[in-house]
Design a protein around this ligand. Sequence first.
Ligand code: AHR
Length: 493
Amino acid sequence: MQGKLTIDPSNQIAKVDDRLYSSLIEHLGRAVYDGLYDPDNAKSDENGFRQDVVKAIKDLNIDLVRYPGGNFVSGFNWEDSIGPKDQRPTRLDLAWRSIETNQFGLHEFMKWTQQTGTRPDMAVNLGSRGIDAARNLIEYCNFPGGTYWSDLRKKNGAEQPFNIKTWCLGNEMDGDWQIGHKTAEEYGRLAHETAKVMRLVDPDIDLVVSGSSTREMATFGSWEETVLDHTYDDVDYLSLHRYYDNEENDLHNFLAKSIDFDEFISGIVAVCDAVKARKHSDKTLNLALDEWNVWYHSHKQDDETAPWQNAPHLLEDHYNFEDALMVGTMLITLLKHSDRVKIACLAQLVNVIAPIMTDDQGIWLQSIFFPFMQVSKYGRGIALQPKQESATYDSKDFKDVPYLDSMAVYNPDTHEVVIFAENKGEEAMDFTTTLTSLTTTDLIEATQFYGYDIKQTNEDQRMQIQPNDHVSLDQGTLTTTLEPLSWNMFRIK
Ligand code: AHR
């Protein structure tokens, strides 16, 4: 089988936004408690922050961390999570039917972002609450001082404002599972009024309005149109969420779902631009794909988990090798849409549908950690328009699926061109990349991730990225073999 990628450095998609490599920490299961915060664990520092988790997050080069949810935020009283820990109330978390002790809250999160080198992406509760709670929260976080809420922040130990830049106006408000679910009309009005008030407190914030929870929602498309009718001028990003599964155990159909991902993003871009045209607006609205991943392995176990526990084992998918290939092809799709997708949050980060898992002894890295780490580290710079030739296959739901999925990014700081390539086929592929008008001579690194059973998971930590020693580079043409079902990266200069 043959695969060819032609790249012309002058044919550029966009500068890749650093926030394309963001994530989500939700008060859910063992993400916070037993995950990043575990005061009794020997691996934690004096704040209770697990240092092995901090290191792994740094290895992933995560930019924004969306917080505190997810569905959780729609029933959350942010005031419960500040002040002396022994005075914070224990509450029922109705979203996940768990117990929330509030021992990790706003100040702890802000301190943790500093330690991890990440930045906050704060969600406000537009489910059970609304404008008033949102304006108080932003006053608490971003106002310098001299008012009730900003002085309370100082009293609680933060003299300087947190200056949180990015704010989400609620979460998945289109879903009837959401606490305080609303119609598009109701949510659009509320989001508009909340945005107005939040900007009165701090005009410099970026706001993300909630789009569709999945492409399958009956309101998909019309939700965005109505919500943007109310909020187009108020917000900076429209959010969208997408999770994939392989419930039907059909590898080729599973990996072909990157086509659905691509169409999903293009469809939402089209809706944004239609609203723009209708409003005669000069502003182009970008997207925040603020939840994306594979999610399904834990569904059955979660259905059987007893409610009202502290830090229950929820959404603990153990990812296998085919999931890593799926995450790889989704990352390539995100890069292809980097002209409009400016924020993307791998959901989530620790223990809950996560690349990083903890137990009392330490951490283990899931299969999906590896492609994410590589793209997050090296997929920085300018995304180049890929021109690709590949044999195709038909699967249950998709036609003409290329076996090859590939993409290149040029980094002007390092002068490197980095190529990501996935072979979705079960045969080896002769792969050629030609870089027109660029005389690259040096191969900096060539790696491959392959050879595992597609159902193999990584609790034993045997998975690793391996070098590819069979690459030739001659006058701008790279030639190699992509192993069957493999994820590959090439760095050339
Ligand atoms: O990430 C898990 C959940 O998925 C989030 O809480 C919710 O926003 C989405 O449905």
